[in-house]
Design a protein around this ligand. Structure first.
Ligand code: HEC
Length: 257
């Protein structure tokens, strides 16, 4: 008997659904979801334009993402220019000198004795502030150094900055969408999974940024987690919007005594 007294009587209510809400609340939820949806599309467009072509090829690719976080460690910008677009401006012997200097870590003393004269002869006509061109300044050691360092991708410091902003920001958006989505009428397992998925995806995505800095193969994880986030939000938003406006409840006729 003691046990029965202690147990709280649970109210026999069913969970609330979208059809339980007033028109005002439905309008509020719908506008929030729509605006967040537009925000998400805008984020995708921004992502595309800021990552597109990092690797020199058109279109956003896994390689672009890998190169952003990991860098292009096979060489320096100066070396690839000397072997590629700027090759015509220099003879083989001089190129050999510069590349050997790059491989030795681009020290200042070597610059003064051998590199500076070559650059002055071959490159500085264009590559100096006086030319007014938006191209690397090769007339000073500092300027040369900027294209002579191995590209190791985004710095840990700026990665931490971007990460915490994303974690706070996206977590709040995911929370807002989840708050609305909890009223959807769905099989419980499906609803629980879909509720958790955005949070897992955000965490994996940002964690994978750091992993990609370490090994470019994790660029695939970044893409997969991003796709998972997109998919779960699309489902949460469309299911919610549909049920807000179209799901009705059937009134069970009261039984006659
Ligand atoms: C006739 C003018 C001219 C000369 C001479 C010249 N460049 Fe350039 N350079 C450019 C222009 C224009 C660009 C930007 C367009 C491009 O990347 O092709 C550029 C781009 C570069 C870049 C940047 C590539 C990147 O990663 O974006 C490097 C590095 C470079 N040049 C190195 C050199 C070196 C080293 C020499 C001398 C051997 C040299 N350039 C001679 C005009 C010149």
């Amino acid at each position: 008997m003691v046990q029965k007294d202690q147990a709280e009587l649970c109210p026999a209510t069913r969970p609330r659904r979208f059809y339980d809400y007033t028109l005002n609340e439905k309008l509020l939820y719908s506008s929030f979801l729509l605006l967040v949806g537009v925000g998400y599309l805008m984020a995708l467009a921004y992502l595309y334009t800021s990552f597109d072509g990092i690797d020199g090829k058109l279109g956003l690719s896994v390689e672009d993402i890998a190169e952003n976080y990991y860098g292009n460690r096979s060489g320096t910008r100066l070396e690839s220019a000397l072997r590629g677009s700027m090759a015509a401006n220099i003879d083989l012997q001089q190129r050999h000198h510069i590349i050997a200097w790059l491989k030795s870590g681009a020290p200042r003393n070597g610059y003064e004795s051998t590199i500076k004269p070559i650059l002055a002869e071959r490159c500085v006509a264009c590559h100096a502030p006086a030319s007014g061109l938006p191209i690397p300044d090769l007339s000073s050691y500092e300027g040369v150094k900027r294209v002579a360092d191995v590209d190791t991708g985004v710095s840990l410091h700026s990665l931490m900055k971007v990460s915490h902003i994303h974690l706070f920001g996206i977590a709040l958006v995911a929370f807002g969408i989840g708050l609305v989505f909890r009223f959807a009428l769905l099989p419980a397992w499906f609803q629980y999974t879909l509720t958790l998925l955005p949070f897992i995806a955000i965490f994996s995505d940002i964690f994978a940024w750091f992993l990609t800095r370490w090994d470019p193969v994790y660029a695939y994880t970044v893409v997969a987690a991003g796709a998972l986030l997109g998919l779960s939000w699309v489902l949460q938003i469309t299911i919610s919007l549909y049920q807000i406006w179209f799901l009705r409840c059937r009134v069970v006729p009261e039984e006659q005594p």
